[in-house]
Design a protein around this ligand. Structure first.
Ligand code: HEM
Length: 223
């Protein structure tokens, strides 16, 4: 048994997932008024629009790709005619396209927080850690997609499914390349940090917005 590997891919994931769950519950109970995205639109919206749109569309598609590509067992995909090779091909090009869009958006968001004085003055350490951590996770993910060329359906994919189904097997991670391990560890660390940041807004998707009644701001002048 490799102690470092067990700590990194058995103990650490469950510690981070526990902090993630308990942290969100406690933040929701104790800081409901602080539970939001802390929009900076009223301070500056020209560069925000492009940056935030690129980042969110890219990131949401990246997350969707991770969930569908890693959590669905390959035997189910085989049943619908998607074999391991096709799966890897789709994951590679889909990950590259969506990852690049998210990364550009993220770089613009960070630039905006450093370069625009009024945005910089209202940016906290927590905001910088959030954007910096997202940048590390995105950059290592993009590096793996572009240069990794590692077949993960027999190692990383069953390992993550083992974690979420409470049947962990850290041995699957022993021979995974270092750059993939850094990506996974940094993503887990970000998960543990997220309940204490503005990232809590992810869990408050305003779905009712699409079905709510019109809000009348001004009456039409009566004729
Ligand atoms: C459907 C889900 C989501 C919605 C509705 C949403 C909505 C928003 C809104 C309204 C803002 C404020 C933008 C502004 O300043 O006006 C924001 C900012 C932000 N969101 Fe999201 N978001 C979602 C998902 C995500 C995800 C999945 C992530 C990351 C994994 C994320 C990360 C961020 C970050 C880092 C900011 C701050 C950007 C900055 O001002 O520097 N969001 N989001």
């Amino acid at each position: 048994m490799d102690l470092g590997n067990t700590l990194a891919f058995l103990v650490f994931p469950y510690i981070t997932l526990t902090i993630f769950t308990v942290g969100h519950i406690s933040r929701y109970i104790t800081d409901r008024y602080g539970w939001n995205a802390k929009s900076s639109e009223f301070l500056e919206k020209k560069s925000l629009f492009l940056a935030v749109t690129f980042f969110h569309w890219g990131m949401l598609l990246v997350l969707f790709g991770h969930a569908s590509g890693l959590l669905i067992p390959q035997r189910f995909l085989d049943m619908v005619g998607i074999n391991g090779e096709t799966h890897t091909f789709i994951a590679h090009y889909n990950g590259m396209a969506t990852g690049i869009v998210a990364f550009i958006g993220l770089a613009l968001l960070l630039y905006r927080r450093i370069a625009l004085p009024r945005i910089q003055r209202t940016t906290s350490h927590n905001d910088f850690i959030t954007l910096g951590a997202l940048l590390v996770v995105s950059a290592t993910g993009l590096y793996n997609v572009m240069f990794g060329h590692y077949y993960m359906l027999d190692t990383i994919a069953p390992w993550i499914r083992g974690i979420v189904t409470f049947t962990p097997d850290p041995g699957l991670m022993l021979d995974v390349p270092l750059s993939y391990k850094i990506h996974i560890i940094s993503a887990l660390a970000l998960l543990a940090f997220s309940p204490f940041s503005r990232l809590v807004h992810i869990w408050s998707v305003p779905l009712t917005y699409f079905s709510r009644c019109w809000i009348v701001f001004r009456r039409r002048a009566l004729e």
